[in-house]
Ligand binder design. Structure first.
Ligand code: PMP
Length: 283
């Protein structure tokens, strides 16, 4: 595949960065993953705005304007073969000649983008849902930033995979935060619930779309703190992300969620999401 590195488009296997890059040494950078349907980036502006928030919050000068970012993303899409892609974009604080925690005086960020075929959930996963485990959320207190320092998220996701599951649902101090790499929605008595945005979770682009769709279609919903016990007693649990879209979680820690099958509200939301995606793609 073709990637982008600091101004150049080149085959991924030819791309090289310095081992002194602060992304490599410190996980010092931000990133985005942008889904592309029929060669059209979905919610591109929102992803670029979120990247801007991340970079501003970590004091990393944004190397590009929104228009420049959009142009680079579109070029990566055009140069790769797939109709549906998942574009990965990362910015690190760049390479210094010494390893210092403090920022180098001259900051020259490293910009890297690559693309792959977009893999959304399979028909089997949509029909059966997926299994999840739970864990204590031991991440830092700036989970609202999309930084490349993802060791905690990797360890937490691996806990799920090691048990043959797809996701780890995180609880902090008895409350739901999110998944290791997704936001979480539940349904109780026909009402869709999800936690409010805070420093404890990533403000998901898909989370926003799902809330917009609930609003538009008049689905009863509440954005509020959710107790761990409410999640365990939920009729439905879904995970949402740019690549998983809206995916039912049908077992949690080995116990069935509700009926143990994807529920009616989640099926409806998945259908609304697909419709919305298709409208945007045609428009
Ligand atoms: N939370 C975390 C921790 C994530 O890594 C992701 C996926 N990037 C999400 C939520 C979902 O965000 P989005 O809908 O923007 O993909």
């Amino acid at each position: 595949s073709i990637c982008y590195l600091d101004g150049q488009y080149l085959p991924l296997e030819q791309a090289r960065v310095s081992p002194m890059d602060r992304g490599f040494l410190f996980g010092d950078g931000g990133y985005e993953v942008i889904p592309v349907y029929s060669r059209r980036p979905f919610r591109l502006e929102e992803h670029i705005v979120r990247l801007g928030h991340t970079l501003a919050a970590i004091g990393l000068p944004d190397p590009h304007s929104a228009a420049e970012w959009a142009a680079i993303v579109r070029e990566i899409v055009a140069r790769n073969d797939w109709q549906d892609q998942s574009v990965y974009l990362q910015v690190t604080r760049g390479a210094d000649d010494k390893r210092n925690h403090a920022f180098p005086a001259e900051v020259r960020p490293t910009v890297f983008l690559m693309s792959d075929a977009l893999v959304t959930p399979s028909v089997a996963q949509l029909e059966s849902g997926v299994a999840a485990v739970s864990a204590a959320d031991f991440r830092w207190l700036r989970c609202d930033l999309k930084t490349i320092a993802l060791l905690a998220n990797c360890l937490l996701r691996q806990q799920a995979v090691a048990q043959g599951c797809a996701e780890t649902i995180l609880f902090r101090d008895g409350f739901l935060t999110e998944g290791a790499a997704s936001n979480i929605f539940i349904v109780r008595d026909g009402v869709m619930l999800t936690p409010p945005k805070s420093h404890l979770m990533l403000p998901g682009i898909t989370y926003d779309v799902v809330l917009e769709l609930a609003q538009r279609h008049g689905l009863a919903h509440e954005v509020r703190e959710i107790l761990e016990d409410e999640v365990r007693a939920a009729d439905e649990i879904w995970m949402t992300s740019s690549t998983k879209e809206v995916l039912a979680i049908t077992t949690l820690d080995g116990r069935p969620v509700g009926s143990g099958r994807p529920g009616p509200v989640g099926r409806q939301m998945h259908a609304w999401y697909q419709d919305f995606k298709n409208t945007v793609m045609r428009g």
